[in-house]
Design a protein around this ligand. Structure first.
Ligand SMILES: Nc1nc2c(c(=O)[nH]1)N[C@H]1C(S)=C(S)[C@@H](COP(=O)(O)O)O[C@H]1N2
Ligand SMILES: [Mo]
Length: 231
């Protein structure tokens, strides 16, 4: 497909997706909670900058399952499939040819550290969804890492404008230990919802739990509700 045709389709499809999820998104706790738990000044999406139980760190700790896959760019692919009209398998070059988004956001790890004001560049999940065109029946996604990690998200969380698949942090290629070449970030939820070394995004017509969600962490992961563990 022509690049210009591709970006026209993304713009049109993005508007439709925004309209479809606008109200659900507006009602998610990370933007609508009347009594959010936390401290500090109000952040970009209206919540206290430091969620309850979190401590700000300047360093960036590394958390993984004991294995850091090293994927050369010429072998890197991103598959987006499942309940979508146009499944894709993107090469590195095709990924970089998609609309690029710069954003500043915060990172809240469930192990109680938060790193604030991180500068990212990548492709928004909203643009990727617009490219593949989720079916009307799609409600969730399951993300897969090259290390076999999985994590799930509802579409009203996944399609927020600050959810990005990032390849650049502070102007430099994202380090392998932090999930490079490409990881996802979820600034309005605990950071385990963002898969490092992301390989595949599957659109689902019902919720399916990921690795940590099956192993005791919360399905929803709202930092301003101290929503860390499953009941
Ligand atoms: N593929 C993959 N993604 C992952 C993880 C992982 O083990 N594998 N750990 C998660 C957890 S628990 C956190 S807190 C963040 C940590 O990201 P960092 O190591 O860059 O700080 O990545 C999340 N994404
Ligand atoms: Mo974590």
């Amino acid at each position: 497909m022509e690049e210009s045709e591709k970006s026209n389709r993304i713009v049109e499809s993005r508007m439709k997706l925004k309209a479809r999820f606008e109200e659900k998104m507006r009602n998610t706790p990370s933007v609508s909670d009347g009594a959010p738990k936390g401290s500090g000044p109000v952040n970009r999406h209206g919540m206290p900058a430091i969620p309850i139980g979190q401590t700000v760190t300047v360093k960036w700790p590394v958390l993984d399952l004991g294995h850091q896959p090293d994927i050369p760019l010429n072998r890197w692919t991103l598959t987006i499939d499942g309940a979508v009209e146009n499944p894709v398998k993107l090469s590195w070059k095709e990924f970089l040819a998609l609309p690029q988004t710069d954003d500043t956001s915060d990172f809240h790890c469930v192990t109680t550290w938060s790193k604030l004001n991180m500068h990212w560049k990548g492709v928004s999940l909203l643009d990727l969804a617009a490219l593949v065109h989720p079916k009307e029946t799609a409600t969730h996604i399951l993300c897969y890492g090259y290390d076999k990690y999985t994590t799930n998200l509802s579409l009203e969380e996944a399609l927020k404008p600050d959810v990005l698949l990032v390849h650049t942090f502070e102007g430099q290629p994202l380090a392998v230990e932090h999930g490079g070449p490409v990881r996802m970030i979820t600034p309005q939820l605990y950071a385990w919802k963002g898969s490092k070394w992301i390989k595949r995004i599957e659109f689902l017509t019902e919720n399916k739990l990921g690795f940590w969600e099956k192993n005791g962490y919360s399905n929803t992961a709202y930092p301003w509700r101290n929503d860390r563990y499953s009941d």
